[in-house]
Design a protein around this ligand. Structure first.
Ligand SMILES: NC(=O)C1=CN([C@@H]2O[C@H](COP(=O)(O)OP(=O)(O)OC[C@H]3O[C@@H](n4cnc5c(N)ncnc54)[C@H](O)[C@@H]3O)[C@@H](O)[C@H]2O)C=CC1
Ligand SMILES: CC(=O)C(=O)O
Ligand SMILES: [Mg+2]
Length: 371
């Protein structure tokens, strides 16, 4: 199969979808791999590394896209990339479509087969291709939030660990999944007072058992959110309903109850965000202030630590990439019931219910697309 790996073009996105190690695996199985010149540079892989692995380094972006049957990316395609997609191509990347109607329409219009990393499942009920980047984003959320608490950033001037004789800052994490647990661990490590809110009792049980009371767990209700807003120096939004738009859990009116200069870190921004006042930001300008509250809403947080993130992401994606290349998308998805929910758009139709629901579109069963 002809596989292409474009250089990512989203603002400050330095990850790459395939490492030279992955290229070597594909080439060894008889596939042809073209990597855009300098695509791996931001993650510490140079063109010679790819060539040594048997890949072709392609400087001509048009030629790269036109020759590909399978396109491997990290971030959702930007407008100029959507315009390049054709009906006979398969795209494998993060898509987060429920937050992006224009992108959904663009992918439908392209006729391409679009498989999202973030809706692939595993036998344990997890999201194995989201988890590594959720781990990164959760760990980064606290350092981004702690920086945002500094006065120069518009923050309240609270140092999370406190000092002897001065109480630590309070961090509340809404959603105790992969992002939430990793954020809580980092906040705990810094010496903050940490609370996790979740709707899943089973998940709160796991966290309670794992942290033995060092992290407070609270069942998420409107009352619990009201209390969190009043008490917290930092609130991290980490909820997810797979594939769907995030619920808005903190409204603009609630910001008035927060301490001035407190910080909201909305990691769930890639699914639309869980705070009413959230809007996507970039690493170039990561924060903005609404009603005295600092908002950090970067939709590609792991892109900033591209070396670690690329290695973590590609470890998880490679087996699926190999299946797509070896079998073709239809057979690969047919053979694996956890890969099948990755299919979001095919031949002009949405194949993921929650995405269709977000925009009042009709969806078709992904199983019918691979039959
Ligand atoms: N901004 C960025 O750069 C990145 C964003 N993300 C995003 O972070 C979000 C969280 O991802 P994961 O932790 O992997 O998901 P997860 O599925 O592991 O955890 C989500 C948690 O939210 C809980 N939840 C759902 N609705 C809730 C509600 N109304 N109130 C309280 N809890 C609720 C669930 O029970 C679950 O425990 C996703 O939107 C993901 O796409 C992930 C990586 C990078
Ligand atoms: C999950 C995601 O959107 C990211 O890693 O950028
Ligand atoms: Mg996005």
């Amino acid at each position: 199969m002809k596989i292409a790996v474009p250089k990512e073009i989203k603002n400050h996105e330095y990850r790459v979808a395939l490492t030279p190690t992955g290229a070597r695996e594909l080439v060894g199985r008889g596939h042809s791999v073209s990597v855009q010149a300098a695509a791996g540079e931001g993650a510490g892989f140079n063109d010679r590394d790819y060539e040594a692995a048997g890949a072709k380094v392609e400087a001509n972006v048009d030629a790269l896209w036109q020759s590909a049957e399978l396109i491997l990316k990290v971030k959702e395609p930007q407008a100029e990339e959507v315009a390049r997609l054709t009906a006979n191509q398969t795209l494998f990347t993060y898509l987060h479509l429920a937050a992006e109607e224009k992108l959904t329409q663009g992918l439908m219009a392209s006729g391409a087969t679009c498989i999202a990393y973030e809706t692939i499942t595993d036998a344990k009920g997890g999201l194995p291709l989201l988890a590594p980047m959720s781990t990164v984003a959760g760990r980064m959320a606290v350092q981004a939030g702690a920086h945002s608490l500094e006065k120069a950033q518009g923050g309240s001037g609270v140092l999370l660990p406190g000092v002897p004789g001065v109480a630590p800052g309070k961090v509340t994490v809404i959603g105790g999944g992969v992002v939430g647990e990793n954020a809580a661990r980092m906040a705990l490590g810094l010496g903050a007072e940490v609370t996790i809110l979740d709707k899943s009792i089973a998940r709160l049980e796991v966290l309670d058992d794992r942290y033995q009371g060092r992290i407070k767990t609270v069942y998420s209700t409107a009352d619990a959110l009201d209390q969190a807003v009043k008490e917290s120096d930092m609130i991290i939004g980490a909820v997810l309903i797979p594939g769907a738009a995030a619920p808005k859990l903190i409204t603009r009116a609630m910001l008035a109850d927060m301490k001035p200069g407190s910080v909201l870190v909305d990691v769930a921004i890639d699914q639309g965000g869980c705070f009413e006042t959230s809007k996507p930001t970039t690493h170039a300008e990561p924060t903005y202030i609404v009603d005295g509250i600092v908002h950090y809403c970067v939709a590609n947080m792991p892109g900033a630590v591209a070396r670690t993130s690329t290695l973590g992401l590609t470890n998880a994606t490679l087996p699926f990439v190999l299946a797509l290349a070896d079998k073709g998308w239809q057979q690969a998805l047919k053979d694996d019931p956890h890969f099948l929910p990755g299919l979001n758009v095919h031949n002009g139709q949405v194949t993921y219910q929650a995405v269709a629901d977000a925009f009042g579109l009709k969806s078709i069963d992904p199983a019918s697309a691979v039959a």
